[in-house]
Every structure is written in structure tokens, then in C-alpha cells.
Design a protein around this ligand. Structure first.
Ligand code: FAD
Length: 402
């Protein structure tokens, strides 16, 4: 006999666990499955190389599902300014929280902090069940339910399945949903560094011909870097001695943070533009990187996924409260219409910016310089970009509105 839940969430990363918490908090019977248990404890140093810049909207969602306080206790770093400049033109953009109603523009948080806080919260919710470690071997959907056969032979059923199993989603394939996209032939090189000058709680980003270099300010005074490089250069830079790497980094940053002093372990992640052609199938829905993978230059992947999680949870909770079926085609299509356009607009703008800044022709150089100066001096346009980057747009799910 298989157990039947209202919802099964596959993938206990930032996005899937947020969806599970939101549903379980509303008393919905939800099972979360993941292939592995996340880390819950670690030494204070070194800072993990995987961090995310989380927007105000993301913070609101994490607060609403009861994870934010525990994230703050584990360590989050606020930043109140952002400085962007172009290596090849005079273009400069500066954003300041003082121009908004908030005291910060966002927070830099280690991914493991967010995941651990969400799992801690989920474990306290009576209507949540965690099945971990577990791997989905097969998926079957019919008009009454969707069932999942696990690799250990267990079978579980639900009214709807939410797949949040990341960019290479096995569940997406099992559901027969195709993707479109391309490899950027660029890697995001990530590491934690310390520098001579203070980061001043500012996120710094310099656009270089191979791709942007970002310094994300951490609470402990260090910075997490995300350096977009061609695949080969990234591999070469990962293999450099610390001394040689720091020298290249100092040059690439124009010495904005003074001398580069130390660097921790380095990792490089191949970057991809990828979107699922459909976000739904019968009793099945995609959220997070399983639905869309985007260039990290504006740090929006996890933020977009959190909006997906909040949107699908909101629709399911409303349906459940109104006594309507939670896995209906109508509900899932409503989710797809809500989130797909917003995600595609975000991904496409990241893509255009990446292309615009890696073009070396004189016309593009002038366009960038003039465009950035114009935005920087136009209060209204700047405010629009500021709010967009903070995730504060129209049509936000209720959980994101704070
Ligand atoms: C260099 C870099 C920098 C970035 N910076 C930012 C940033 O500043 N801000 C931001 O918002 N985003 C950023 N992103 C994007 C962000 O990291 C991702 O969008 C986000 O982590 C995706 O979360 P997710 O929960 O959808 O997927 P994942 O984090 O991939 O989680 C998937 C989960 O599913 C589980 N799983 C996988 N397969 C199975 C299976 N078959 N069965 C069971 N479980 C399974 C995995 O164990 C995992 O726990 C960055 C990305 C990169 C590469």
C-alpha cells in the first residue's frame, strides 16, 4: 500500500524546501524527497564558495516561511550599495539603499545557511514528512494521482508533484518535458578572498571583456567572488598558485579593494542558458533551476526560484482552502502563466547584458558608456532598476510582499 500525500516535492535545495515549508505551514500534507541530507553544522571558517545575493523579495519569502531568523543567527551579510563599472568605457552605475525606503539592498548568504535553516524549520512542521536519502526511479501519472517509485522499492502518491531537483532535473526528463538553451562556454569561478581595503558593505562588479567580476561583501569582512571567464581561462585560473591568482584578481579589479591578500578554495561552474519548454505536465510542475537556468551576472537564479516556490504554494493553498482540487490542469496552467514570462524576461535581460559587455566593437563600447551614464543620472530609471534588482516588481506572490 502506498501512502498518499497532497504534495510531493522532489529536491531539498533552497527552492524545493521553501515550497515544502510554505505548504506545510498552511497544514498541507507534504513530503520532501532529496537524494542526500544537507550539511547542518560546519566550522566558522572557511566560508563556503557557494553564496547567493538574496533580494528583499526573497528575504520576505524566507521570513514568511519561518527560516530567516535562523539564517540571521547562522550568518547573513547585508550590503547597502552596489557599484558597477565597465573596463572598456567610462560607464559607471552606483546604487545606494539611501535612495530607497530600505536600510539595505540585499543580503549575501551562503547557500548552505539557507538550506540548513529551511530544513530545520521543515522538521518542526507536523504536516511535513522528509524522505531522505531517496532517489526517484520512476514516475507515473494518471487522472487520480501521481506516484513516485523510489530506488528502494517504496511507492508514494500525491495529488501533485513539484520537481525542484535542479538544472539537470531527472524528474523533468521523466515527465517528458524538453528544454531549450545553450552553453555559454563561460564558467563562473567562485572563491572567498580577503583584501587590504574594506568592502564597505558594497557589492562591486566590473565588466571585463571575458565577463563580469563581482565582489560580494561578506559579514566577516571577506568577499565572495564570482568571476565569469571563458571555460579555458577559468580552468587555468583554478589551477594557478594562490599568489599568481591574487595578482590576476588585483589587476582585474583595478585595485578597487587594494591589495588582494588571501584566497580560499576555488571552484568553477559551467554556465548555461536553459529553460523548460513547459513548466507543467499532468499533476506535475517544475520550479527553480529545474525550470530555468540563467547567467549569474545579476545573481537572480535562486531569487527567481523562490518566487516560483511562493507562487505555486500560494495557488495550492488557496485551492485547498476553497475545496478545489490541488493538482488540476487549470491551477498548474495558472502557475505557468504567472511565472514563465517573468523568468524568461529576467533570463533574457541577463543574456543581453552578458553579450553587450563581451562585445569589443567601438559602437557597443560607446553604447555601454552612454547607457550607463544615462541610467546613473536619471533618478526615475535608476529607481526602477534598483527596485527590479531588489525583486520588488508587480504581481509578486503574497509571501514575497512582506
Ligand atoms: C556561480 C554562481 C553564482 C550564483 N549566484 C547567485 C546569486 O548571487 N543569487 C541567486 O539568486 N542565484 C545565484 N546563483 C543561482 C543559484 O545558485 C541557483 O539558481 C539555485 O541554487 C537553484 O536552487 P534549486 O533549489 O532550484 O536547485 P539546486 O540547488 O540544484 O537543488 C536541487 C536539489 O535537488 C536534489 N536532487 C537532484 N536530483 C535529485 C533526484 N533525482 N532525486 C532527489 N533529489 C535530487 C539535490 O540533492 C539538491 O538538493 C548562482 C549560480 C552560480 C552557478
Amino acid at each position: 500500500m502506498s501512502h498518499k500525500y497532497s504534495v510531493i516535492v522532489v529536491g531539498g535545495g533552497i527552492v524545493g524546501t521553501t515550497a515544502a515549508c510554505a505548504l506545510a505551514q498552511a497544514g498541507i500534507d507534504v513530503a520532501l524527497l532529496d537524494a542526500r541530507n544537507p550539511e547542518r553544522e560546519w566550522p566558522a571558517e572557511p566560508v563556503d564558495i557557494r553564496v547567493s545575493a538574496l533580494t528583499r523579495a526573497a528575504q520576505n519569502i524566507l521570513q514568511s516561511v519561518g527560516a530567516w531568523e535562523s539564517m540571521v543567527q547562522r550568518g547573513v551579510g547585508a550590503y547597502d550599495q552596489m557599484h558597477v563599472w565597465d573596463a572598456d568605457s567610462a560607464g559607471v552605475l552606483h546604487f545606494d539603499a539611501a535612495d530607497t525606503e530600505f536600510s539595505e539592498l540585499g543580503h549575501i548568504v551562503e547557500n548552505r545557511v539557507t538550506v540548513a535553516a529551511l530544513w530545520d524549520k521543515l522538521e518542526t512542521l507536523p504536516s511535513a514528512t522528509i524522505i531522505c536519502p531517496s532517489r526517484v526511479a520512476d514516475l507515473q501519472n494518471n487522472q487520480q494521482s501521481i506516484s513516485v517509485l523510489l530506488a528502494d522499492g517504496q511507492k508514494i502518491e500525491a495529488d501533485v508533484l513539484i520537481a525542484a531537483d535542479g538544472r539537470d532535473s531527472a524528474l523533468r526528463q521523466m515527465a517528458g518535458i524538453q528544454t531549450t538553451g545553450w552553453e555559454y562556454k563561460q564558467d563562473g569561478l567562485v572563491a572567498t578572498i580577503s583584501s587590504e581595503k574594506s568592502h564597505q558593505f558594497t557589492a562591486w562588479q566590473r565588466f571585463l571583456p571575458e565577463g563580469p567580476l563581482a565582489f560580494l561583501p561578506l559579514k566577516n569582512g571577506q568577499c565572495s567572488i564570482v568571476w565569469t571567464l571563458s571555460h579555458q581561462t577559468a580552468q587555468d585560473y583554478v589551477a594557478l598558485s594562490d599568489e599568481d591568482f591574487l595578482q590576476r584578481l588585483e589587476q582585474a579589479s583595478e585595485g578597487v579593494l587594494g591589495k588582494m591578500l588571501t584566497v580560499g578554495p576555488r571552484g568553477a561552474f559551467a554556465l548555461r542558458f536553459q529553460y523548460a519548454k513547459h513548466y507543467t505536465a499532468e499533476r506535475f510542475v517544475l520550479i527553480g533551476d529545474a525550470a530555468h537556468a540563467m547567467h549569474p551576472l545579476a545573481g537572480q537564479g535562486a531569487n527567481a526560484g523562490l518566487l516560483d516556490a511562493a507562487a505555486i504554494a500560494e495557488l495550492i493553498i488557496k485551492a485547498e482552502q476553497a475545496g478545489r482540487p490541488v493538482g488540476s490542469h487549470k491551477l498548474l496552467r495558472q502557475y505557468e502563466r504567472w511565472r514563465k514570462g517573468d523568468n524568461l524576461a529576467m533570463m533574457s535581460s541577463m543574456d543581453v547584458i552578458n553579450k553587450l559587455y563581451t562585445k569589443q566593437n567601438e559602437g557597443f563600447r560607446q553604447l555601454r558608456g552612454t547607457g550607463m551614464s544615462w541610467v546613473n543620472h536619471s533618478a526615475w530609471v535608476k529607481n526602477y532598476f534598483n527596485r527590479y534588482a531588489m525583486g520588488l516588481r508587480d504581481d509578486l506572490p503574497a509571501l514575497a510582499q512582506g
